[in-house]
Design a binder for this molecule. Structure first.
Ligand code: WT7
Length: 566
């Protein structure tokens, strides 16, 4: 029997108060996520239970109990306080998937800071944009990434401290602090910041079509939704070994790679290494993973390697498989049944929603290719794009809309009320995705309603790429669009018009690609560059990305006049 039991009964009975009670949220006036992810688990008698089993790329492993997480996060909270940081200050975590990343996340929350997770592969431009916007006060990082931080430091007057968790005795510069989680004096108890349910907790940056990346701000009570969805969708149980393959630089890696599992006192495993089918299967086998939360791109990579590596490993511990981030092809669901004897369950949500909002549930009928049905407590609809009224006809495509009010919904875009307000129409939050609903209430994803590129489950904003391209000496103008890719769903393709005096060449192509990889990230790097004389524009001079995109996808372009008025 799954945790959720009868979906219909849950939908009928659900209210968020129940989820609060289930977590004990607000008991004794405690609302801090940091407390619920560590101290509370220890208070319930699970202090000696493993919270995190970590494996690095060399095969080295480390294990931390909930008591370790409690004590080490206290140490982080203490050092942050000692440097003068206060409730509400933005503190960035900028690390590979090392134990310190997970534990400092809890520590920042305990002292009341707002955690700003940034993907460790981000380059200088990507970093500056997000740190400037959030007026970040401190960064927790490692030697490996310190060079990037140092090079942008002078551009960030608000940045007071850089805490280096693996500096040892190496000399540091002014404003940098060496802090070793395991060597620092153990702090058994601290005063956990007395936050309320609406106190900001996590600030995740996400990309849109236009403008800079936006910081989706979450609050401490988000844990109520993250904990109950972990229980009902991911089906986590006390004895599980849970593996979320996402990096905490992205929302899946925090909502379901830290908060959800730890709020439920679940042991999680982390692999800080690149992908290979054999490595992943060996990891599952070695750690006896039972619940596995991954993404379509990874599943397609595994499919590509076929059944042979599967047969070489004992994967019989796997009980429940879930996927997120991009459309999960029907073939992938069917293949996973064949390969693992279990189907992947698709789940749909966003940085802004903070927790799963539409999903396939354990023990229930899966329709391969469908995202499933709304989580109990979430009112969803497919809306007419002109009137924003729910579409009643089965199978008609419209915009996914959600009724605001669930605990993990973002509360604002940092310092950007205008863009935030634009996400609401007629009392609905508009996700920006198109879908239809079938006669049984299952959602079928169609596509995004904007120009954002989804590559391997990560959103990349065309504006950010185009802005960086313009900084390259040869580029006069450019357009970045998603081009179909058999593994990553989409990859970035850039159309570039060169400045006079520059000549198209393979060397220039490589140079531009590398430039973007370094300035932004490997994800944002165009996999293909097409040099053009000029780019198609609307009458008002806006580049018609959609036209270029349609060409890449072999789609009908349709009536250009609507694009021209965009
Ligand atoms: C966008 C959100 C949710 C955590 C990871 C991404 C796309 C997400 C699915 C799915 C089709 C999906 C949507 C969404 N997306 N899940 N199951 N099927 N598309 O968070 O970076 O904010 O991206 O990812 O377009 O809006 P994010």
């Amino acid at each position: 029997m799954s945790n959720i039991g009868s979906y219909e009964a849950r939908v009928k009975d659900f209210n968020w108060k129940m989820a609060e009670v289930e977590l004990g949220y607000g008991n004794n006036g405690k609302y801090n996520i940091g407390y619920y992810c560590s101290d509370r688990i220890c208070e319930m008698g699970n202090g000696t239970k493993a919270a995190l089993t970590w494996e690095g790329y060399t095969g080295e492993t480390k294990q931390y109990t909930f008591d370790d997480v409690r004590i080490y996060s206290n140490s982080f909270a203490t050092i942050l306080r000692e440097t003068g940081l206060e409730i509400g200050d933005r503190i960035c975590v900028f690390m590979d998937r090392i134990p310190e990343l997970y534990i400092s996340f809890v520590g920042i929350l305990k002292m009341g800071g707002i955690v700003q997770p940034l993907f460790s592969a981000f380059g200088e431009d990507a970093l500056v944009m997000r740190l400037e916007d959030a007026k970040t006060k401190a960064i927790i990082s490692t030697r490996k990434h310190l060079g990037k931080v140092r090079r942008i430091r002078s551009m960030l007057p608000e940045l007071l401290w850089v805490i280096v968790v693996d500096a040892g005795d190496r000399p540091l510069e002014r404003g940098e602090i060496a802090f070793s989680m395991e060597q620092a004096p153990k702090v058994d108890t601290i005063e956990i910041a007395n936050v309320g349910p609406e106190t900001p907790s996590v600030l995740h940056y996400t990309s849109g079509t236009t403008g800079k990346p936006k910081g989706a701000l979450h609050v401490h009570s988000s844990i109520v939704a993250q904990a109950i969805t972990s229980k009902w969708v991911l089906d986590v149980r006390p004895d599980d070994i849970y593996w979320c393959t996402a990096d905490p630089g992205w929302v899946t890696g925090t909502s379901y790679g830290i908060i959800g599992p730890w709020a439920n006192g679940i042991t999680q495993v982390v692999l800080d290494a690149g992908f290979s089918a054999n490595k992943w299967y060996a990891f599952i086998e070695k750690h006896k993973v039972t619940v596995w939360y991954s993404a379509p791109t990874a599943i397609r990579l595994l499919m590509k390697e076929g059944l042979e590596p599967v047969s070489k490993h004992n994967l019989s511990t796997l009980r429940h498989l879930i996927s997120v981030g991009e459309p999960l092809n029907a073939e992938a669901v069917i293949w996973s049944e064949k390969a693992y004897g279990k189907p992947f369950h698709d789940s749909y949500w966003q940085t802004e929603t903070g927790s799963i909002v539409i999903s396939n549930y354990p023990g229930m009928k899966i329709k391969p290719g469908s995202m499933g049905r709304p989580f109990p407590g979430i009112t969803a609809a497919v809306l007419n794009p002109k009137t924003y009224e729910p579409i009643q006809t089965v199978g008609t495509v419209g915009l996914i809309g959600l009724k605001p009010g669930w605990p993990s919904m973002f509360r604002m875009y940092w310092d950007n009320k205008e863009t935030y307000d634009k996400k609401f129409h007629n009392g609905w939050y508009i996700c920006g995705d198109r879908s239809s609903i079938d006669s049984e209430g299952y959602y079928w994803f169609v596509g995004r309603d904007d120009d954002v590129i989804n590559t391997a489950g990560h959103l990349v904003g065309p504006f950010e790429i185009e802005s960086a391209l313009l900084e390259h000496p040869s580029v006069a103008e450019s357009a970045a669009v998603g081009k179909p890719d058999p593994i990553n769903m989409e990859v970035v393709k850039a159309f570039i018009a060169l400045k006079p005096g520059f000549v198209r060449s393979d060397d220039l192509t490589m140079d531009i690609m590398n430039y973007i990889r370094k300035r932004l990230s490997p994800l944002a790097m165009p996999q293909e560059i097409e040099f053009v004389d000029s780019l198609p524009k609307t009458r008002s001079g806006k580049i018609m990305r959609r036209l270029l995109r349609a060409k890449e996808w072999g789609e009908e372009i349709g009536d250009i006049s609507t694009l021209e008025n965009d």
